[in-house]
Design a protein around this ligand. Sequence first.
Ligand code: DGJ
Length: 740
Amino acid sequence: MKRTITLLLCAVLSTVVGYAQNFVIPVETDSKGYYIVIEEDGRAWHGYFGDKINNYDQFADVFLATHPKVNELKTPLYPTFGGGYIGEPALKLTHADGNMTTRLVYDSHKSETLEGGNLIQTDVILRDEYYPLTVTLRYKAYQNEDIFAISTTIYNGEKKSIRIDGAMSNYLSIKAEEYWLSRYYGAWSGEMQMVESPIADGITTIDNKRGVRTTQDGSPTFILSLNQPASETVGEVIIGSLAWSGNYKMNLEVNYQNKLHISAGINDYLSAYTLDKGESFETPEFVLAHSSNGVGNASRNLHRWVRNYNIQDGDKVRPIVLNSWEGAYFDFDENVIKKMIADAASMGIEMFVLDDGWFGVKYPRDNAKAGLGDWEINYKKLPNGLKGLIECAEEHNVDFGLWVEPEMVNPKSKLAEQHPEWIVTSANRSHILERDQLLLDLSNPKVKEFVYNVVASYLREYPEIKYIKWDANRHVEDFGSTYLAKDKQSHFWINYIKNLYKVYDSLSKEFPDVIFQACSSGAGRIDYGSLKYHHEVWGSDNTDAKQRVFINWGINQFLPAQAVASHVSQSPNHQTDQVTPIKFRFDVAMAQRLGVELQPTKLTPEELEWTKEGIAVYKEKIRPIVQLGDQYRLISPYEGNGFSSTMYVNDDKSKSIVFVYSIDFHFRDVYPTIKLQGLDPNKNYRVEELMPAIGSNGKARSCYRSNGEVLSGDMLMKFGMTLTLQQQSASGVFMLSEVK
Ligand code: DGJ
């Protein structure tokens, strides 16, 4: 009987399908368009993504005429297994009755205008022809920034649970002659390295299975260049990025018609998700930028979108930080830290951050082997506790920040003794340790509460703490949750990250004045999902300036300088043992969010003097332009000519900062010529080299022969500037100021 009613109901539902005519659902920004075609029989197709079509009225008919009724010539808007599509589907699902096929048809759509008119949000609702299951595709179109953020929600209206075997955030179809893909690879101390190659036929997969720290050896961000390798200024380019800090998967599939299908979403790896009756499952957003004139334009749009919508306090500049890690590691006491604070203040630093090692009583955190999880102040090291340090910081007019790693635990800790059931572990197996630590099971609401309280309790007790560096130093190598039911163990990965976001979100709301940094053994959590709740990321534990030119270049493809903490550290560098002049170290770090990470007492008098001046110049002249302006990348370090250059321009194009680095030795008279970008050709600019290198005669010597002159924006962009940089680690920083 029940079955008959369901069948009748579904028959009624499916008869609704059938529209008078084909039509287009336009999702548009100021200059880009994403067009969805609905055919009169209710099927929804991916139409076109790229430059806006000024009059899309005829698009549906033209699209359908050139794509006759052969399924394979059109790409379903959201392909499902069983929906007549033979490529990699966006949705794999098992219905309550065990049927593994899904067939979606158009149900309805609606658009809303939000964010003062800048965001147009369009929901396209598809439903299964037979089962009471809906799939809502949400397209957020950010008008000024030309950015799309797309997510999908699956609603189970069936009588019983269904199982999602894989649900992508979005499915995109592109047609070009050739496809070039830039993607990221790396490791601890060498994150965000870029590599570009043509995409071969078949499926290219960008994925990660590390669970909670997924951007050290890869990234859910890619750059796709159509018909030619990517260039900063030329060619059609798409940047795609999944806003998710857990396992991700992006399939780029070139089919026999040479069409490229891109699906991006949570990795289906061991992640079957049971959706009970009446429940919804929401995917993370897939963020898309399109450019018809190179990567630079798409990056700048993403940077603006990040500053406006996907970072905390994107309209504010960041303080200059001294982080204690490389200057003290675990080896400190109250006097050492107080002295660092005093030295930081004398250098002009605005924020002192106490890194790892300040906690643990029964098991003091004197190295990475013990104490993690026991968030009690170690009064042996710090007899006056955090209070003593905060007072010292206040006396010196420096803000105070604190390192935490609340998702993790050392087996040698009170927490591990008291709550072994909170630790991620697989039954009947020994633990696999990484950095002597284990992961707490954040899929468990009690752990979620604990993690929240670790941070919240300190911020409540010490409202003077103005910065939290949130670290996470291991990934998942096996898993098991004592909280999740036996048949829901595979929910672990997704629930972990969703709960992590809830913690981040509540903290940022309860403590809106605190700056949060996302760190994870360096760049383990550089993604738009986590960034939304933070102010910045830690780009790498590798603080070597030359290495950082490459790492920052990679990160800046999708993150603005404001979000990228880059610190000046000791020479020889602790990771690479390279000796690098203080000027070069500063010139690299100043192109991002400048910080310092060293023991000030170890600086030579010359280095100390340079540090003070560098900080003052950064504050006064560089910071607002670098952190709030537009970035133009002029010479890639990957070009292999031994130079690299980046510049920033403020909104009204009256000021610019230009950075140039020599990252290799060059033969005689081999100099870089940089053609500036983004200036106003009709404006004149005074070119001033900031803090030029000191020559052998002890005097400052500019690397630009026309330093100090007033030059036209037009000439600077067309003829450029030739700089006498030759030695390895030589560099120049220029300020351009409009002269009226
Ligand atoms: C890894 C981070 O990336 C470092 O900056 C530092 O905070 C250490 N952890 C501390 O254990």
